[in-house]
Design a binder for this molecule. Structure first.
Ligand code: NAP
Length: 256
């Protein structure tokens, strides 16, 4: 690859904040961004992010862990403050932390609905606001929100999750419309069915597992490595003319 092309994807010296960076998709994205050159603020709640931090540091980058519950709105400024204190600012925000609660709508407890919206949507809005303010001031920034196939479809027995992920897609477009002309790109990645803790219940259900696999043209569940390339692309100058796009990384699921 020539250096001109490599520069388009290079994140050297950039500061990235990734929520949910201790495991699953967020861990892979964080390490992928470090591979491309970024220093990382690793946001985690219950899982230690020590493994992610070591991986980032082994790549020669710097990492700071912020342990916090993103559902607690009052704590969210500490995440952005950590990026500013440690690295002098923020260039990339990946809103990845997410939860799912599976029960039919009639039985869906209001507390589950609320918790899912707090983690999957409300934290995304507030972190976009906080990071967006700094990015608008500096005239550049990349925000990547993690959406879902359920940003487009209804799903089964996950009404709160579906509502939150539809809203994440809408919010991504709304912010992109406001910020695109000011140098800040806001986009989303919609992962397909990926083998992580989030989908363990589905993968353990032989009927649903088979139904899902049968619909994936690529013929396999995704894994967290599948998101690294798309995340680097959306975090880098290679995607400077992309605004408000929801990029499906789904083995072709949405085409069926
Ligand atoms: P996962 O393995 O269950 O990991 C969830 C992540 O979110 C963990 O890092 C977790 O941190 C973090 N998190 C949850 N609640 C949090 C809170 N209150 N505060 C801070 N962090 C919190 O799930 P995943 O599959 O990697 O999912 C990552 C994202 O991709 C989610 O937004 C999910 O909706 C989305 N997604 C996943 C799939 C899939 O097939 N797996 C498909 C589409 C979209 P702790 O471990 O510290 O709690």
């Amino acid at each position: 690859m020539n250096s001109h092309l490599r520069n388009r994807f290079d994140l050297t010296g950039k500061t990235a904040v990734v929520t949910g960076a201790g495991r699953g998709l967020g861990q892979a994205i964080a390490i992928g961004l470090a591979e491309a050159g970024a220093n990382l603020v690793l946001v985690t709640n219950r899982t230690s992010a020590a493994e992610t931090k070591s991986s980032v540091e082994n790549l020669g980058r710097k990492a700071r862990i912020v342990q916090t519950d993103v559902a607690d709105r009052s704590k969210l400024p500490t995440i952005i403050d950590a990026a500013v204190e440690t690295f002098g600012g923020i260039d990339i925000l990946v809103n990845n932390a997410g939860i799912i609660r599976r029960t039919p709508a009639i039985e869906h407890a209001y507390s589950d609905w609320q918790e899912v919206l707090d983690v999957n949507l409300n934290s995304v809005f507030v972190l976009c606001q906080l990071a967006g303010e700094l990015m608008l001031e500096q005239g550049s920034g990349k925000i990547i929100n993690i959406a879902s196939m359920l940003s487009f479809q209804g799903g089964i027995n996950v009404p709160g999750y579906t509502a939150s992920k539809h809203a994440v897609a809408g919010l991504t477009k709304a912010l992109a419309n406001e910020w695109a002309s000011k140098g800040v790109q806001v986009n989303a990645i919609a992962p397909g069915y990926m083998a992580t803790d989030n989908t363990e219940a589905l993968r353990n259900d032989p009927v649903r597992s088979r139904q899902i696999l049968d619909r994936i043209p690529a013929g396999r569940w995704g894994d967290n490595q599948d998101l690294i390339g798309p995340a680097i692309f959306l975090a880098s100058s290679a995607s400077d003319y992309m605004n408000g796009h929801v990029l499906c990384v789904d083995g072709g699921w949405m085409n069926r």
